[in-house]
Design a protein around this ligand. Structure first.
Ligand code: TYD
Length: 257
């Protein structure tokens, strides 16, 4: 599940428009990983990502880990401003390239100011959405092309990819029912029609299928505590694998001189 194995040249290829977005080893995390672990939660709107990210953060903190729990767009002062610019209604028409660039700009700040420093300190970083959301919503949903959006975001983040991505899979009807259950109003993306959200779901599943070692795909309708247990177990395994890599790495961080 760590990104090293995901970078394997044997990563299976899928004949889908999203496949090239995951197929370039040059854009993956560096061979010598930062000491922390980077976990992204992805999925359609209403999948319950925020709840699962919070439960995982609590469990990891209870186990003694330092955890940064964050979200996209957001996670920095400028990112939160960009969040309201891109998600709130009332800014007039937002064309797809503008939308993709705002998400990428927020992400660049997030990685530079929050995520990379935390990984460098050895923390576990949990982000509610990351590049996968841009590939799927802007690349596929808006039709900009998965590869173009992947490349833009690889540049914006200087090639920082998650070690583990948890994909909470939800269909468009269930997602809409869940997010409109309370009084909450739908944001600009959420209020796109069901067909948009159907494409988003399919594209997320294709991304995960193209890189099975790096993804944990779970049915979002399952019991929340069960989901939390399975996510914690998977992240625990990734933490052990990361610790072994860091221990055996040459240089100041590793065990070898
Ligand atoms: P989300 O944080 O899941 O909304 P909330 O916390 O209100 O449930 O996501 C906000 C919306 O932004 C969601 O519809 C997906 C969209 N989005 C993109 O289109 N591209 C991106 O790169 C990101 C991060 C989010």
């Amino acid at each position: 599940m760590p990104s090293d194995s995901a970078a394997s040249p044997t990563t299976p290829a899928l004949a889908s428009p999203t496949t090239p977005a995951l197929a370039s080893p040059a854009l993956r995390s560096p061979a010598l990983p930062l000491p922390g672990l980077f976990v992204a939660f992805e999925g359609g709107d209403g999948a319950g990502k925020s709840t699962q990210a919070r439960l995982l953060a609590e469990a990891l903190r209870d186990a003694g880990h330092d955890v940064l729990l964050t979200r996209e767009p957001g996670g920095t002062p400028i990112g939160e401003k960009l969040r309201s610019l891109v998600l709130d209604h009332g800014h007039g028409e937002v064309d797809p390239r503008t939308e993709a660039l705002i998400f990428a700009a927020a992400r660049a700040a997030h990685v530079a100011q929050a995520i990379r420093p935390a990984l460098g300190r050895g923390e576990v970083v949990l982000t509610d959405r990351y590049i996968g959301s841009s590939i799927v919503y802007q690349g596929v949903g808006r039709g900009l092309g998965a590869e173009a959006v992947r490349d833009l975001n690889a540049w914006a983040t200087d090639g920082l990819w998650p070690d583990v991505t948890v994909l909470l899979d939800v269909d468009e009807a269930e997602g809409r029912a869940r997010r409109t259950a309370g009084d909450a109003a739908e944001d600009r993306l959420e209020s796109e029609p069901d067909a948009f959200h159907r494409d988003v779901r399919t594209a997320f599943l294709e991304l995960a299928a193209a890189q099975p070692d790096a993804y944990l795909v779970l049915d979002a309708r399952r019991d929340s505590a069960d989901l939390a247990g399975e996510i914690l177990a998977a992240v625990g395994r990734a933490l052990e694998a990361r610790a072994a890599v860091v221990r055996s790495a040459p240089g100041p961080r590793g065990g070898r001189p």
